[in-house]
Design a protein. Structure first.
Length: 159
C-alpha cells in the first residue's frame, strides 16, 4: 500500500506523514471521463432512452453511438473505477467486468441454433470479450500512472 501511495503522490524521495496525492492524478482521471466517446454515449442514452420525450424535432440530431463507441466508453470507465478502487481506496477491484452466469449459458444451444461440434467455438466466442474486459481493469494502474508521471520539479507532467 505504501508503494501504491508513493506512485500517486509523485514518488517522494522520503515519505512524510503529510504527503498527499498528486493533483495530476485527478486531472488524468477527469480527462479520461470527459472523453468525447463517453459524452457521445451519454448524450445518446439521455436523449433516446432516459428522457426520450425531450427530443426536439427542430434541434440537432442525436448522436448514434456504435457498439465500438459503447465498448470504448465502458473500457475507459472500468479503467478509472479500477484505478480508484486499487490505488486510491486500497480496495479490491473487479474480479470480472462481464457478468458471471451461474449456469452454462450455452447449454441448450446445441439444436437448432448450433451443433455440438461448434459449442467449443461458442464458448471461446463468449469468453473472448470477458477476457478483453478484464484486461481493462488489469491495465488501469500501469496506463493511468504513466500519465501522472511528475517532472523533476515535482509538478505534474504536461504531456
Amino acid at each position: 500500500m505504501h508503494e501504491d501511495f508513493d506512485a500517486v503522490s509523485g514518488r517522494p524521495s522520503k515519505r512524510k506523514r503529510l504527503d498527499r496525492i498528486d493533483t495530476g492524478v485527478f486531472d488524468v482521471l477527469r480527462a479520461r471521463l470527459k472523453h468525447p466517446v463517453i459524452e457521445k454515449v451519454c448524450t445518446m442514452v439521455d436523449k433516446t432512452v432516459a428522457h426520450a420525450e425531450r427530443i426536439d424535432p427542430k434541434g440537432p440530431a442525436v448522436p448514434i453511438a456504435t457498439f465500438n463507441d459503447v465498448d470504448e466508453a465502458l473500457g475507459r470507465i472500468v479503467r478509472v473505477c479500477q484505478f480508484i478502487s486499487w490505488n486510491l481506496l486500497a480496495e479490491g477491484g473487479f474480479s470480472s467486468v462481464m457478468a458471471t452466469p451461474q449456469l452454462n449459458v450455452l447449454e441448450h444451444l446445441d439444436q437448432p441454433w448450433c451443433q455440438k461440434t461448434t459449442l467449443p467455438a461458442l464458448h471461446e466466442y463468449w469468453n473472448a470479450p470477458s477476457r478483453a474486459m478484464d484486461e481493462w481493469g488489469n491495465s488501469a494502474e500501469e496506463e493511468l500512472l504513466a500519465k501522472t508521471a511528475t517532472t523533476p520539479t515535482g509538478g505534474p507532467a504536461t504531456s
